[in-house]
Design a protein around this ligand. Structure first.
Ligand SMILES: [Zn+2]
Length: 300
């Protein structure tokens, strides 16, 4: 197994969020993942994220929504849809998570590869947050690359078990960004957005069917998008042990998935974001995320 020493990674651990007792979101996985990766020897290239500038958020999100979330004036329905109780700490965390993906985009331009131990908040739409996602980090970073003309054609490969509906909707009319999502047909969100390429999987899908759906989707997406920059939302919630996933993919299956994604993106600047993972206990999720970052460190 290779070392992670060479890969630039960003984390958001200086931005903890206080959640009420019993809240279902596994906030503890982030720091635990950082500790595991540090133990693998990547501490030299691991940096704390900074909060994304408001202007970068407003390049993608409705300024009224940004102001309401940052200022704490979201109404109760909007807060429920987001899934987190509002706090100043939550705002800082969500801005930092987006700042991490922005910084990773810059590092990937320079070094080819960067990873984010947060992010992948793909249910955030232009004008509202949903499903634990306040700001769409990948969309913000993609818009920043386009604005700076640092990329001309961007592919978002979203292999989280939930559809990347926010990303798809944000870029529905943006031909320079291609969104691929491979997700559970019956999983959240109930109402799917229309991405450039959506692949729906049945409940209980196992490795062989999962990988058989993935490979042609990757080929089609890369052929149609002809990207010069790739973002990955590498959620590990297709895992059989996942509490929310509804699929039955093994650890080997996820490793084959990650390898296929990285093979398809060979030679292109790439940012890998964390995405979801809700195994109970959380160990299965952590092991799968660690495997993703190990694969990232060895990418061709
Ligand atoms: Zn997910």
């Amino acid at each position: 197994m290779g070392t992670l020493a060479g890969v630039h990674l960003l984390h958001c651990d200086p931005f903890p969020v206080p959640l009420p007792e019993g809240h279902p979101f596994p906030m503890a996985k982030y720091a635990a993942l950082r500790r595991e990766l540090e133990a693998l020897g990547c501490a030299g290239r691991l940096a704390a994220a900074e909060e994304a500038p408001i202007a970068a958020l407003e390049a993608v999100h409705d300024p009224d929504y940004v102001a309401a979330f940052v200022g704490g004036t979201l109404d109760r329905a909007a807060e429920r849809r987001l899934g987190f109780p509002w706090s100043k700490e939550l705002v800082a965390r969500c801005r930092a998570s987006t700042g991490a993906t922005l910084a990773a985009a810059g590092l990937a331009l320079e070094h080819g590869t960067a990873g984010v131990l947060a992010g992948g908040t793909h249910h955030a739409h232009r004008g509202f947050g949903a499903g634990y996602c306040a700001f769409n980090d990948i969309a913000v970073a993609a818009a920043w690359l386009l604005e700076r003309r640092a990329a001309e054609r961007i592919l978002v490969v979203d292999v989280d078990v939930h559809q990347g509906d926010g990303t798809a909707a944000i870029f529905a009319d943006e031909p320079r960004v291609f969104t691929l999502s491979l997700h559970g047909a019956r999983n959240f969100p109930a109402r799917k957005a229309v991405g450039d390429l959506d692949v729906e999987l049945s409940d209980g899908t196992e490795d062989a069917a999962y990988l058989a759906a993935l490979q042609p989707a990757l080929e089609e997406a890369f052929a149609r998008a002809r990207p010069d920059f790739v973002f990955v939302q590498g959620g590990v919630d297709p895992l059989h042990s996942d509490h929310l996933g509804r699929l039955s993919v093994s650890h080997d299956g996820l490793e084959a998935r990650d390898a296929a994604v990285l093979r398809a993106a060979r030679g292109l600047p790439l940012v890998w974001t964390l995405g979801g993972g809700y195994s109970r206990p959380i160990d299965g999720t952590l092991a799968a995320h660690v495997a993703s970052f190990r694969a990232l460190a060895k990418r061709p």
